[in-house]
Design a protein around this ligand. Sequence first.
Ligand SMILES: Cc1cc2nc3c(=O)[nH]c(=O)nc-3n(C[C@H](O)[C@H](O)[C@H](O)COP(=O)(O)O)c2cc1C
Length: 343
Amino acid sequence: MERDDDWFFDKKYGVMANLETTYLGLKLKNPLVAGSSGLTGSIGKIRELEEAGIGAVVLKSVFEEQINAEVGDLLHQSNRSHDYPEADYYIQNYVRDHSIGRHTELVARVKQETRLPVIASINCVAADEWTSFAGDLEKAGADAIELNVFYLATQRFQSSESVEKVYADVVAAVRKSSRIPVSVKIGSHFTNIVGTAERLKAAGAGGIVMFNRFYEPDINLEKLELKASDVFSTPSEARDVLRWVGLVSSQVPQVDLAASTGIHDGEAVVKMILAGARVVQLCSTLYLNGPSVVTSILQELEAFMDKWNFGSTDDFRGRLSYKNLPDPMVYERSQFMKYYSGR
Ligand SMILES: Cc1cc2nc3c(=O)[nH]c(=O)nc-3n(C[C@H](O)[C@H](O)[C@H](O)COP(=O)(O)O)c2cc1C
């Protein structure tokens, strides 16, 4: 039977569009993934997301820096009362195990109590000994690992090349310590994002999350103090993501792309898939609108697929990516030439 006949058959008998997709080799019932945040840090909240229809979850990150800080605090306190080096060693291991224990426990519970694919997340800044956490998370049942790497380059004489190497080294180290698929959540501030994606793929990454949204500083003029800017994204932030999803999905097709930042509704989800994303990650919209937004986004996605007669997400994934456009310049254009020249 031709695809169009299939579709006619499905319509007539009320068969719904197939939203299934794969990401990092995992089978998801739809392309909506809850991004890592406080909303994916407890079994109760994750269950609510599952009931609303989410396709997978990325658990709240294990923070390498936080664990190191906890170790540092305890060592500092303990040094006042005694100075046995074995005690320091014990404290270091205790804090690490305890912190990791909280996360492995959550992984195990989510696996037991839901049917969701579970992606554990590690927030890290270098390829240190912590890479063994990945093995612990795998043992607890995680289906994949997402590495949230943020290396803030602040040294005058450090080359950009060496910064990119940090990211690739982290991926390679984690790949060594676990067998489950690994994705990397990167920020958008690389000189060559397509080249970075290729390098991460070569180091063993199966997926790239584009992009993380970092805590950004702002200044309070009333108090002349530094403060944190808005925690939540706005929908307009998705446009930069769209550009890079369109470009990277065409140039590095072997890597699965998860679009992230500014995706607040069904339209944004559809656009990201048209540009080539396998899945989208939702975070701010879950905080702002509650888990029920997942259900309405799924309805919008289905309505779009119905309107265009798409039977599955494969039917339109990448249809408007860089390589599939007759005039891909729209992705490349970064200055408003037309706009300015007409004024
Ligand atoms: C309150 C809050 C907590 C977050 N915690 C994490 C985290 O633990 N690990 C992580 O990788 N990203 C974290 N993020 C970033 C989100 O996963 C996401 O990348 C970012 O918010 C952009 O997506 P959005 O526009 O859908 O919000 C957090 C975001 C928010 C708002």
